[in-house]
Design a protein around this ligand. Structure first.
Ligand SMILES: N[C@@H](CCC(=O)N[C@@H](CS)C(=O)NCC(=O)O)C(=O)O
Length: 374
């Protein structure tokens, strides 16, 4: 039987999101390391960037980017994991952006700033993602240093550890309370937002020794959700008989509102600052339509500065955040007046209302495996 191939590694943040989707969608696949010779030789030329995850279809199509991999299946399965009702769809889409972009500081901090607890574990994984050959440990060290640098690019500094930890623990406890009442974010089955949120909460925060210990101690229900998201079944025996459906009537429980409020604290100011920085860059550079937009700003040191709980944070301004946010904004724009009102009320109560209007001057699209400016 023809199968799909997922190129990734166990310790990769974005691979965790795609892998979980394939498992939950019942896709037959094999996972191959990006250290395998076929990745460099056959996949990267078509993937255009050497990032993981990448999917190789039975028809030999190469799809780079976790969101694109999920969209490949969603566009063929009746949008199985996209809730149909307005508030649920918006929340699901929002958690996808938050997972992909909004929790990178705690994910990178708890991975890279606790060497006593983590370094042996990380060295094992980074070493074994390198093909056998000369200078293997030197290549591993180079890759690990590149990721340490990325932590800083995402806004970690020598002085903001307590701030990032405090916010993460609040988020974790609120999410734990919510997931003590229900197996997935929106009920008895996962939505697109669950997959997005799993990205930081699996490979880094739910697997590296230091943050795993915190999750197991502080947030047993989140830990179980991480396990559940990697199971082909509903995997919710502790809830006994929970229907595999989303909450009735577009209901949003208070426990989830509480999680969203905590998320808004840094996600909204960072998004506003990133939009301003990227819009300024667009004004100055006016890229021709079709120009690549993938993470160029981070590489060019263009950054967004904002204040969080009285402390300044500076982080790379990533167009990708807005590529995903466009989905939320496009869906919102199409809503009826009545549904817009209900969604406004919910987002306002969470401090998230500006996300409907915080836009870039130019739209983004994925073409031939790259994000480009339209
Ligand atoms: N937008 C991409 C991002 C993928 C990505 O950045 N993956 C990381 C590993 S988790 C990577 O390949 N990093 C290597 C690099 O940036 O050179 C996605 O969602 O798949």
């Amino acid at each position: 039987m023809s199968t799909y191939t997922l190129y990734g590694v166990p310790h990769s943040l974005y691979t965790g999101r795609a892998r979980s989707y394939l498992i939950k969608n019942g896709v037959l696949f094999q996972e191959v390391s990006c250290g395998h010779e076929s990745f460099k030789a056959d996949i990267v030329p078509k993937a255009k960037l050497a990032t993981i995850p990448v999917l190789l279809t039975p028809q030999q199509e190469v799809i780079r980017d976790g969101a694109a991999i999920i969209e490949y299946f969603e566009s063929r399965n009746g949008r199985r994991f996209n809730p149909k009702t307005p508030k649920h769809r918006l929340i699901s889409t929002l958690f996808d952006v938050v997972g992909a972009e909004g929790l990178l500081r705690p994910a990178m901090h708890y991975r890279w700033n606790f060497p006593d607890e983590n370094v042996e574990f990380l060295n094992y994984h980074f070493l074994n993602a390198q093909p056998q050959g000369p200078h293997r440990q030197a290549k591993t060290d180079h890759m690990m240093n590149k990721m340490r640098f990325a932590a800083r690019m995402f806004g970690m500094s020598d002085t903001n550890h307590a701030l990032v930890e405090g916010l993460y623990i609040e988020f974790l406890r609120a999410l734990d309370e919510h997931l003590s009442t229900v197996p997935y974010l929106l009920g008895g089955r996962p939505c697109i937002g669950d997959f997005g949120l799993l990205a930081p909460l699996f490979a880094h925060l739910g697997r590296d020794p230091k943050p795993l210990a915190i999750m197991q101690r502080e947030a047993i229900h989140v830990y179980r959700w991480v396990e559940r998201m990697n199971s082909a079944q509903q995997d919710a025996p502790e809830f006994f008989e929970t229907a595999e459906t989303y909450f009735d009537n577009d209901w949003v429980p208070d426990t989830l509102v509480k999680v969203l409020r905590i998320i808004s604290e840094d996600f909204v100011p960072e998004t506003a600052a990133a939009a301003a920085a990227i819009n300024q860059w667009l004004g100055e550079n006016n890229p021709v339509p079709g120009t690549g937009a993938a993470r160029y700003l981070g590489k060019n040191d263009s950054s967004a500065s904002f204040v969080l709980r009285g402390e300044n944070i500076t982080a790379g301004a990533q167009p990708y955040r807005f590529y995903l946010l466009q989905r939320l904004q496009d869906f919102y724009t199409e809503l009826s007046v009545e549904n817009k009102c209900a969604s406004d009320k919910l987002f306002l109560s969470c401090g998230l209302e500006s996300l409907f209007t915080l836009k870039l001057e130019r739209r983004l699209a994925q073409r031939d495996n790259l994000e480009v400016w339209l």
